[in-house]
Design a protein around this ligand. Structure first.
Ligand code: SF4
Length: 355
């Protein structure tokens, strides 16, 4: 007997916006047949919105320092000054690294690090100037709202002034990090010292108003409930309605290694990773790109998620170290082959399309 269509199929196919209650129903689905229908709907919406191209970038990740004033419970990256794992790179050392990788066809540098007083505005002026001297077309995607807030407080100026200075030195866009889950009770458990959800979104809104695009992430599979995921998606969608500057949404699976939260395994609440992607695609009707980070969930799994609504396979990830301080990388040819084998069209971005 032929299965009935999913109860929300007609609404989704008509391009109508899902409510939070409907999003939650989708995320709580347990029936394998219904889950397969949700996958099919997310794939169909992806096809209609952005076609078969799968974006990827050639990215050098730059982490100026892992020294950080905070110690977020989920973080596997930070260090304190007396730890053997601590590092701090000068702008000159970073320039040498970029010059080494630049001939391999870099399209962007992605800069994020710890909250540390030596990474101040003088530091970033020198770093960005050195980067633009190497190649004025190299896209600089840099710093999360948490870091912009830190810099503003460090220099006793507004976040807008920080943005204006950084833009004059070559800032191109903002990455999506630091969002975690945009629900205060959960943020308090994960990262008690970080700016609030409202402050986080307000800094993105300010960036959008100044003409910068940005991404938004969502860290899941830790202590959040399904309702929290839907609240996060709802807040991002609402913000996008107002300012329109989010290019890409990036669900990030929490990594259990090397952090206090991961050690408390019993506290973790795991969800179906592909289903979180599909529901993100279906709820976020106003954000074009859905990115899957293969270095967070595995290459095979990431390629599979291209059939659950995703259209961006992230990047070559040269020197990425945020995930429990490991480096994992793939070159552009490898990524292109994987995308072609999945029946899709690889498309190297210059960061104007995806951020
Ligand atoms: S998540 Fe960011 S702010 Fe929190 S400890 Fe790690 S590096 Fe510091």
């Amino acid at each position: 007997m032929k299965a009935l269509p999913h109860p929300l199929a007609e609404k989704i196919q008509a391009g109508q916006r899902l409510t939070a209650k409907e999003g939650l129903e989708l995320l709580q689905t347990k029936d394998p047949e219904e889950i397969e229908q949700i996958r099919g709907l997310a794939d169909q919406v992806r096809q209609e919105k952005v076609g078969d191209k799968v974006l990827f970038a050639s990215t050098l990740f730059i982490h100026p320092t892992n020294l950080c004033e905070l110690n977020c419970q989920f973080c596997s990256f930070y260090a304190k000054p007396d730890w053997p794992s601590a590092w701090f790179s000068s702008p000159q050392e970073i320039e040498e690294k970029i010059r080494h990788h630049h001939p391999k066809g870099l399209t962007e540098v992605h800069i994020v690090g710890g909250l540390w007083r030596d990474c101040n505005l003088d530091y970033y002026e020198e770093l960005f100037t050195r980067i633009k001297n190497i190649d004025p077309n190299l896209h600089i995607k840099a710093l999360t709202p948490v870091e912009y807030d830190f810099l503003a407080k460090l220099h006793n100026i507004s976040v807008e002034e920080v943005f204006r200075k950084m833009m004059s030195w070559g800032l191109g866009s903002l990455p999506g990090g630091g969002a975690e889950i945009l629900v205060e009770e959960i943020r308090e458990k994960l990262a008690p010292g970080k700016i609030s959800s409202d402050e986080f979104l307000a800094i993105h809104a300010l960036a959008h108003r100044l003409g910068l695009h940005s991404n938004n992430t969502m860290l899941f599979n830790h202590v959040e409930g399904e309702e929290d995921i839907i609240t996060h998606l709802g807040k991002v969608r609402e913000q996008q309605d107002k300012t329109g500057g989010f290019r890409t949404f990036v669900p990030l699976k929490f990594g259990e290694e090397g952090n206090p939260l991961g050690k408390r395994k019993k506290a973790l609440r795991k969800k179906s990773i592909p289903l979180v992607f599909a529901v993100s695609r279906l709820m976020l009707d106003n954000i074009p790109n859905l990115k899957v980070l293969w270095n967070y969930i595995g290459v095979k799994e990431a390629v599979e998620i291209l059939t659950w609504g995703a259209n961006d396979l992230s990047s070559t990830n040269l020197e990425e170290k945020v995930i429990d301080n490991r480096t994992t990388q793939m070159d552009g040819e490898m990524l292109s082959s994987l995308i072609r084998e999945a029946g899709r069209i690889p498309h190297l971005t210059n960061s104007g399309e995806s951020c």
